[in-house]
Design a protein around this ligand. Sequence first.
Ligand code: ADP
Length: 272
Amino acid sequence: MDSDKKVNLTQNFRDKIDPKSQFLKKKIPGVKKIVAIASAKGGVGKSTICANLAVASAKRNYSIGLLDADVYGPSIPDLFGAFEKPTADENKKLNPIIRQNLKLISMGFLIEKNSPMVWRGPMVISAIKSFLNNVNWGELDCLFVDLPPGTGDAILTFAQELDVSSSIIITTPQKLSITDANRGIEMFKKTNIPVLGVIENMSFISDQNNNKSYPFGENGADQLCKDQKVDLLDKIRIDETFNLCTNNGVVYESLAEDIKIQFSKISEKIIG
Ligand code: ADP
């Protein structure tokens, strides 16, 4: 076999296993836009940001759903103080739980509160597929999807099978988080999902005199966005009002006013 043919065969094989060619991306009937919120690392505030963006968007009179696909560590029930089990309709489709004018579905609604998720990849994938196909989302302007951290099986299923309109990456300014966020952006690019931008969370602490300190380093996301040619949507500071919201089980309402405005402005960039 001459070397030209060899090269072609290799390219052919690569094209076949390329994620882009393997799946026809599905839409969810009635859902206008699907926005994936991702972080390559856990603990950076992905679920917190996702929940606040969803509430800020609902407050702007959009019809919003939130799918907590973070099957390993579902946070949405705690954030919204929602622990009831969803009901099902006559076609066995799940009815989302309603909180703060949002339609919510989370694995956390279906498992016992403290039971650990010891699932292998294929089970996670089938759980996510059933979330996509078996929930009564009704008419939605936007479905926010809180993805599990990382770039593993679950997130790939999502990226490959669903017609995701855009993605947002959450990171802290820390080097470790930025390196992983970079991987997350690459994954979305490979699966043909537009990256709307990056939100840098826990960027700084502000004291009463507006002096800033940077416990996790400064400008990590600026460099990332420059290198990857994606937008830096905003920087959210470390603020105790986030904790206040979580303790109350009510998202957004107890946040500092300027942070509420930030979420509202990011929502404008997402939905218009
Ligand atoms: P992830 O989804 O990335 O694992 P979470 O959204 O669960 O992270 O957030 C982890 C913790 O950090 C939560 O206790 C949350 O209240 C807190 N948190 C997130 N963002 C902020 C912030 N900007 N300021 C203060 N606390 C925050």
